[in-house]
Design a protein around this ligand. Structure first.
Ligand SMILES: [Zn+2]
Length: 144
């Protein structure tokens, strides 16, 4: 059964974006028997422990079920990864910001994308490219 709003997190009510089941299979640390062959969504709310939920609301994957810490769930932790392909942490990105508001980490990630080195679909819990998150952090400046 699909709920009326299948993309709404059953725990916190925040709308999530859909993620490929392959992303979930790569990232959870529990048996893959738990990943039912239905659509799943990612809950981005920092205060909610649900990372993935099934469209029918029957299955939840919590932060503790993942191999990785999730940037969206710890948006203020310096040592949490933001870029899971090239291993850039929030603190590393913030401290890389120059006085004129640039960061060589953005160039590093763009180079990796050009070279086909990235694997955001499988390594980033969000299941998509991290570059937008990194650009937002650099734009916000070195606030730590
Ligand atoms: Zn949630």
């Amino acid at each position: 059964m699909v709920r009326k709003s299948p993309n709404i997190c059953p725990q916190c009510g925040t709308p999530g974006h859909s993620v490929d089941n392959a992303t979930i299979k790569c990232l959870i640390s529990t048996s893959l028997h738990r990943v039912e062959n239905v659509k799943h969504y990612f809950c981005p709310d920092a205060g909610c422990s649900v990372v993935y939920f099934a469209e029918d609301g029957s299955h939840l994957f919590l932060t503790e079920d993942l191999r990785e810490r999730v940037y969206q769930k710890e948006p203020n932790s310096d040592d949490v990864l933001v870029c899971y392909c090239f291993l850039h942490t929030l603190g590393g990105i913030r401290s890389s910001i120059t006085d004129d508001g640039q960061s060589s980490i953005i160039d590093d990630i763009k180079y990796g994308i050009q070279q086909g080195h990235c694997a955001c679909d499988w390594r980033n819990p969000e299941g998509k490219c991290c570059l937008g998150n990194v650009v937002s952090i650099v734009k916000a400046g070195n606030v730590s």
